[in-house]
Design a protein around this ligand. Structure first.
Ligand SMILES: Nc1ncnc2c1ncn2[C@@H]1O[C@H](COP(=O)(O)OP(=O)(O)OP(=O)(O)O)[C@@H](O)[C@H]1O
Ligand SMILES: C[C@H](O)[C@H](O)[C@@H](O)C(=O)CO
Ligand SMILES: [Mg+2]
Length: 473
């Protein structure tokens, strides 16, 4: 009898519900539901449409029942750092404000007046992104203290969906680590840090490890769906689940390629040394208390915005073809410049940057796309050089996972620039990591080693090697 698990993977640009089951010791996937996700303006802030997202989750669950499939479990993962606050009645006291909102502008620097950047990194090991949860909460404390006064429960986005499904409030470890409020060594909420910031530690919930069964569905949802299932907490930070699904991790660098490009390695301990701080690497929590030593690179968000600026006239695949036709165009932007985090018009922002740096101006869709891809490659190469400097050794290969691994031009450019073997796949790595976490929680798969063996034998990986005489950027 097939035991189905249902992964809900919601990224910053799209969400999907994917059934996973073992058959002949291979992992099979069946996509049940896919939907778009995007930021909406609400009360002068950029927010996620959290009600729409939960309705899409319910729609996908009902599709399973329509197919005669009753999954044994469900697991939800999403992007990091963002959260909601609930009052004493379990009602929302905040919108799900998005990390790209400008409410945290300048807040990181204010926090450094309370605790030094060095001390904060030594304790948490988390990269300095101005939108980290710590700065979002500090902004609320500063601008809307009454909201924090009413708050009784802090839930990150996947935690909130789990609460809606089960009525249980808990914070999952991998996503909690992205807040920059979790101590990298105790793996607990850093109460001393919270006290320093004047944030009430009691709103934070018990930290649950990934592969934990949180509970079953609330009765009214069993009636609504027509069946019950266990609600498992996988690595609820999407990149935490994605890294579980990297087919080969020995001496390989991964790039989780989607809205963001998360480039890094899996490590057994946090690296909080000055060089890691200076290069702004992070030590996000992983499965089995491993660490995701990585850094955020602006990612394919840039081409998503370019696509939107062209009124979605071109598909992602067409942008790749157009970029190939613009092969002679050369201009590089610093993709990690804050100006690209949420510009009004990405194309114009790229053009302004090129003008300011006396470079060729991209004017056609192909030239803009080529500039984005070349600029991402340059940033990847820089990050890889930094990783090899910190680890004092070369990494011979790169494994690209996520939707971006379908961009074969980008894969080839990365191989050319780094002179390393590039392995592309699996595309739905996040959902796969989510599924194997559920299978481990259900004791269908013994441990992460067995999970990775199954993943490696179940999914195709394409190899790209450097072409001779290609310029190393
Ligand atoms: N056929 C394709 N050819 C080239 N690139 C593609 C193709 N399909 C998707 N992509 C790239 O994959 C990206 C989306 O990746 P993915 O679906 O992993 O992101 P996500 O899960 O929605 O977001 P997040 O990174 O927040 O998880 C798109 O922005 C696009 O650039
Ligand atoms: C906002 C975060 O940096 C982002 O979610 C990143 O952690 C990620 O995982 C993107 O999928
Ligand atoms: Mg994703």
């Amino acid at each position: 009898m097939k035991k189905y698990t249902l992964a809900v993977d919601i990224g910053a640009s799209s969400g999907r519900l994917i059934l996973g089951f073992l058959e002949n010791n291979a992992l099979q996937l069946e996509e049940i539901h896919r939907f778009s996700n995007n930021i909406v303006k609400k009360d002068q802030h950029f927010c996620w449409d959290i009600d729409k997202l939960f309705s899409e989750i319910k729609k996908g669950i009902k599709k399973c029942n329509d197919l005669g499939i009753k999954p044994a479990s469900i697991g939800i993962d999403t992007w990091a750092v963002d959260f909601v606050l609930l009052d004493e009645h379990g009602e929302l006291v905040t919108d799900a404000v998005a990390y790209r909102d400008d409410r945290t502008n300048g807040v990181m620097e204010e926090v450094f007046q309370k605790i030094s950047k060095e001390r904060l990194y030594l304790e948490t090991g988390i990269q300095f992104q101005k939108f980290n949860t710590i700065y979002q909460l500090y902004a609320i404390k500063k601008n809307n203290p009454e909201v924090l006064d009413k708050a009784k429960t802090f839930l990150m986005i996947p935690d909130y969906f789990n609460y809606l499904l089960t009525g249980k409030a808990a914070n999952e470890y991998t996503n909690a680590s992205s807040t920059q409020l979790l101590n990298a060594f105790t793996k607990k909420w850093d109460k001393e840090l919270l006290e320093t910031l004047g944030i009430n530690a009691s709103i934070f919930q018990e930290i649950k490890l990934p592969n934990t069964v949180l509970g079953n569905l609330k009765e009214e949802l069993v009636d609504e769906f027509g069946f019950d299932m266990k609600v498992v907490m996988p690595a609820t930070h999407d990149t935490g689940s994605a890294v579980i699904a990297v087919p080969e991790l020995n001496d390989t660098i991964y790039i989780s390629s989607g809205t963001w490009s998360l480039i890094g390695v899996e490590n057994r301990f946090p690296i909080c040394i000055t060089k890691a701080l200076d290069y702004n690497f992070t030590n996000e929590g992983g499965i089995d208390y491993r660490f995701r030593f990585l850094k955020n690179i602006m990612g394919l968000w840039m081409i998503q915005e370019v696509k939107r600026n062209y009124d979605n006239r071109y598909s992602f695949a067409e942008f790749v073809d157009l970029a190939k036709e613009a092969n002679d165009f050369q201009a590089i932007v610093d993709v990690n410049d804050d100006r690209f985090l949420k510009p009004d018009n990405m194309i114009e922002e790229i053009q302004k940057y090129c003008a300011e740096t006396n470079q060729n101006m991209p004017t056609t869709p192909g030239e803009v796309a080529k500039c984005v891809y070349d600029s991402l490659v340059a940033s990847y190469k820089g990050a890889i050089d930094e990783i090899e400097e910190i680890f004092e050794k070369p990494f011979p290969s790169i494994n690209i996972i996520g939707g971006g691994c379908q961009n074969e031009m980008l894969n080839q450019l990365i191989a050319d620039a780094t002179k390393k073997s590039v392995y592309a796949g699996p595309i739905e790595a996040t959902a796969i990591g989510n599924i194997v976490s559920q299978l481990m929680a259900l004791e269908e798969v013994k441990d992460i080693s067995e999970a990775r063996r199954i993943i490696k034998s179940s999914f195709e990986v394409k190899q790209f090697d450097a072409r001779e005489n290609e310029a190393v950027k």
